[in-house]
Ligand binder design. Structure first.
Ligand code: MN
Length: 147
């Protein structure tokens, strides 16, 4: 079936609710739904993620880019070395090998679409030196500490 009905509350017909990342204990406060999974030979995958209030995605970088469109809630994004507030219908492009993280506001679930390549490299986490470099910017340090 090519049309999937929206069931309310950002759930779609026939789309499983999965943990944000495996193992699930890494992502107690976030979920993933794969909305489009390379159908018809496409190279693209489209996911919908939700991060509970106060939660966040993994701080990571990788060669594959992201296109992100916020659908619900509020929060902030780290990308390109800056922190920006995000709200519904904001569009965020994440360039290759750029540290990025999305954080939900303390009082609002953050939901967003994220497009990626079907075939993609594994995300890298910052090592100690890279984390220290990132935290050298006090604005980024405060963001990473959740303030
Ligand atoms: Mn990523």
């Amino acid at each position: 079936m090519s049309k999937r009905r929206h069931l309310g509350e950002f759930r779609w017909e026939g789309v499983a609710l999965q943990p944000y990342k495996e193992p699930p204990e890494m992502s107690r406060r976030a979920t993933r739904q794969v909305l489009f999974d390379g159908e018809y030979g496409s190279a693209a995958q489209l996911r919908y993620f939700e991060i509970e209030a106060g939660g966040h995605t993994t701080l990571e970088r990788h060669e594959h880019p992201h296109a992100v469109i916020v659908l619900r809630g509020r929060g902030h994004v780290l990308v390109d070395g800056t922190i920006e507030p995000v709200a519904p219908l904001d569009l965020v492009s994440v360039p290759p090998m750029t540290w990025h993280q999305l954080r939900a506001a303390e009082d609002a679930t953050l939901g967003f679409l994220c497009m990626v390549d079907m075939e993609r490299d594994r995300p890298q986490r910052p090592d100690e030196d890279e984390l220290r470099d990132l935290r050298a910017d006090p604005v980024i340090a405060r963001f990473l500490d959740g303030h």
